[in-house]
Design a protein around this ligand. Structure first.
Ligand SMILES: Cc1cc2nc3c(=O)[nH]c(=O)nc-3n(C[C@H](O)[C@H](O)[C@H](O)COP(=O)(O)O)c2cc1C
Length: 338
């Protein structure tokens, strides 16, 4: 298998919804939401890539790091790599319908199980989307984490109950979906969550709560104080609000504010092993990858997703040797290009 072949097959199968670009950077698909792009001008998606590009590493080879350890843990669960599959839904509206929600969730969950990492599933306006992820977690016994949209508190608590029953290890809410017009137009409530509401959710669910879509130290503090166990620093891949900062730019201040109090994940524009190492150096415990996993699924199914995980984890391994980083507790210092 070869990544260029996978991209080309994905391009054909995604029927114009994704161009399978050499670098998935949000330029060709700017504004394509629904679709695979970033919202509006596409600036927030593109900014995720640019923010990561501004951080540089120092090449070091006069040391004794020969076999770096890329394993880590999240919420007490051991994983073979700090690279997780992000929640992805809307296969028809965003990717052309070549794969169903169930096809995608099942192959992504199986791939995550096989490579020893965490699978996340999503939720949106179609009522089958959340159950598709839940069923994939149940049938594969992967370390799985379903995410609910920021629905009413009662609906969220019910979705967490379903997640617990399916054997999920944690449960999340993508709070940055608070203004999603496709939810509102289809008559389903989504909205911002107050500190009191988050506390109520934490009190009434049995799984650790993860809040996805945190972009400021202040909101990270609220998440930690309200009892959430982890956050995902994310702008939803630039799909919900135009002109946000890139996640690699906001991560260091968030890590400074809540590192040690809560576990921190990040996503947005992570494509290669060096991107993973940079995000870890900026304060994340692990990263989520979205679009490339969707592209792999369309270009070669489960095997192509596994191929992609292997490719990125090999790149991470190599980058650790070349920066003298023996394990993920000893990540290199980064420098910002002037
Ligand atoms: C087509 C598409 C569907 C998505 N669906 C969801 C979803 O249902 N729930 C969610 O929390 N995030 C969703 N996301 C956001 C991803 O989980 C993730 O935050 C983002 O894609 C990361 O950026 P990247 O694609 O540049 O890696 C979606 C993103 C895309 C591109």
């Amino acid at each position: 298998m070869d990544w260029n072949e996978i991209r080309e097959k994905a391009r054909q199968n995604m029927k114009g919804y994704c161009r399978g670009c050499k670098r998935c950077d949000g330029v060709a698909c700017a504004g394509e939401v629904p679709g695979m792009g970033g919202t509006g001008t596409g600036n927030s998606f593109i900014e995720n890539i640019k923010a990561l590009d501004r951080w540089k590493v120092k090449l070091k080879t006069l040391h004794d790091v020969l076999k770096p350890d890329i394993s880590t843990s999240f919420l007490g669960y051991k994983v073979k790599m700090p690279i997780f599959a992000a929640p992805m839904t809307g296969l028809k509206g965003n990717a052309g319908g070549y794969l169903s929600e169930r096809d995608y969730d099942t192959m992504a969950a199986e791939a995550c199980k096989n490579v020893g990492t965490i699978f996340m599933s999503g939720d949106a306006n179609d009522k089958d989307m959340y159950p598709a992820g839940i069923d994939a977690i149940k049938t594969t016994s992967v370390l799985g984490i379903p995410f609910s949209k920021p629905r009413t508190v009662d609906e969220i608590i019910e979705k967490a109950r379903i997640a617990k029953e399916a054997g999920a290890i944690a449960f999340g809410v993508d709070v940055d979906g608070a203004g999603l017009i496709m939810m509102i137009r289809s008559g389903q409530f989504v909205g911002p969550k107050s500190r009191k509401e988050i506390e109520e959710i934490v009190k009434n669910i049995e799984l650790p709560l993860i809040l996805k879509g945190i972009m400021t130290p202040e909101e990270a503090e609220i998440a930690a104080e309200s009892g959430a166990k982890a956050i995902v620093v994310s702008n939803h891949g630039g799909r919900v609000l135009d002109f946000t900062e890139g996640t690699a730019d906001v991560l260091p201040d968030i890590a400074k504010a809540v590192g040690g109090k809560i576990e921190i994940l990040v996503d947005g524009g992570v494509r290669t092993g060096i991107d993973v190492l940079k995000m870890l150096s900026l304060g994340a415990k692990a990263v989520l990858i979205g679009r490339p996993i969707m592209i792999a699924a369309h270009g070669g199914g489960r095997e192509a997703i596994e191929f992609y995980f292997k490719k990125v984890s090999d790149e991470l391994y190599q980058a650790m040797i070349l920066t003298g980083c023996k394990d993920l507790k000893n990540v290199p210092e980064l420098y910002k290009a002037s």
